[in-house]
Design a protein. Sequence first.
Length: 146
Amino acid sequence: MDNERIREICLALPGVAETLNWGHHLVYWAGDRDIGGKMFAMTDVDGTGFGVLCFHCGAERVHELLEIEGMAPTPYLAKAHWVTMERWDVLRPRQVEDELTRAYTLISQKLPKRTSAVLALPEKERARIIRERKKTLAARPKAKRA
């Protein structure tokens, strides 16, 4: 298991988008974040962070996963039921794929109705709406920070 395999698994799920955030995290979103999508997994691209893969696991599963050696609460996201794999060999490849699919499903169920409606559209129409939304966001003036 590695970053490329995680990328293949996540991008094979319907409506998934990816972004590079915080300098070194490849973040996977159930729906594009510009239309209200929510992140469900992330990998550490350059190996400088804590762990190799973080994902949402839900309240029912979090304690079970944390009992496995090499699994830890994700910093800043533990209260939202996220766990981190400290190394690639903590779970078998099939288990990782199952956990990512579960994470995607749990997050997809919590998406706003408007976002779910956009994701249900045909690919071309969905891509057009996302492009328009990104243009709108880019045209907004940046808020001044105090």
